[in-house]
Design a protein around this ligand. Structure first.
Ligand code: NDP
Length: 253
């Protein structure tokens, strides 16, 4: 039986990588709803691939008015929202993670805005449209637990996201809204192409694979299945916690 039949979901950044894998997994369990992103072409292609039940709404998660519009339009189309996946984030366009001497104040702010501030305000702007009993899943990162060169600001932002989930879960318990973090390890998505030139892509992926006890990168579909668990009643007593899906990467030092 479908675990999420007719549940209404919003997945930010659902037009690429992990977000698309999450939307597909939710859809496979019967959910309907909205994926968001800024790129209209990839939104259209992703909606087409998902098939009936999902729409694409353009929006930048660092812009308050875009967030407000996405949730208003979703609830007008589908009714109140049951599942919110705060996934958009990662690498700032045209500003790959950098060595400490090369980080500018703008660069720092952009990483914090995209990965931390947007997570908080995505939840805040969704609240008027969320059903009591809804499930919110914030996408963190194993980077919050395992340092890597040049990823300091991103990792700190994601560590703060894990903390956000704890605080928000207490704030929202009176509405029986559960908030948890799902932290992926290294997952095979287009993000690698934003970090390194094409000619080094396979070499860099191999470096990451060598850090993972399971010996491979994760798949967006595997993150999707973990999100389905946190979105469904199967996790009804789990709140304010972090689930790591990292092939064991953070179990070794
Ligand atoms: P991708 O680069 O493939 O996807 C990023 C998504 O975020 C895209 O859908 C993009 O859409 C959206 N996005 C980026 N900036 C904005 C913005 N300002 N406003 C709205 N949407 C935005 O990366 P992944 O799928 O790999 O990453 C997804 C999440 O998973 C991120 O939070 C990332 O930090 C996290 N993560 C990824 C890991 C990995 O190994 N891949 C590991 C751990 C965590 P668009 O460009 O159209 O706006």
């Amino acid at each position: 039986m479908s675990k999420l039949k007719n549940k209404v979901a919003v997945v930010t950044g659902g037009n690429s990588g992990i977000g698309f894998g999450i939307a597909e997994a939710l859809k496979n369990e019967g959910a309907v709803g909205t994926i968001t992103g800024r790129n209209q072409a990839t939104l259209d292609a992703s909606v087409q691939e998902l098939g009936p039940g999902f729409i694409g709404l353009q929006g930048d998660v660092t812009q308050m008015e875009d967030l407000e519009r996405v949730f208003k339009d979703t609830s007008e189309r589908f009714g109140q929202i049951d599942i919110l996946v705060v996934n958009a984030g990662g690498v700032v366009d045209g500003s790959p993670m950098a060595a400490i001497a090369d980080v500018t104040e703008d660069n720092y702010d952009q990483y914090m805005d995209l990965n931390l501030k947007s997570s908080y305000f995505t939840v805040q702007k969704a609240l008027p449209y969320l059903n009591d009993g809804a499930s919110i899943i914030l996408i963190g990162s194993s980077a919050a637990h395992r340092a890597a060169p040049g990823m300091t600001i991103y990792a700190a932002a994601k560590a703060a996201v894990i903390s956000l989930a704890k605080g928000l879960s207490l704030d929202l318990l009176e509405r029986k809204i559960r908030v948890n973090t799902l932290s992926p390890g290294s997952i095979d998505t287009p993000v690698f192409g934003k970090l390194v030139p094409q000619q080094h892509l396979e070499q860099v992926k191999q470096v990451w694979k060598d850090l993972i006890p399971m010996g491979r990168l994760g798949l967006p579909s595997e993150i999707g299945k973990a999100v389905v668990f946190l979105a469904s009643d199967d996790s009804s007593f789990i709140v304010g916690t972090e689930l790591l899906a990292d092939g064991g990467m953070t179990t070794i030092s």
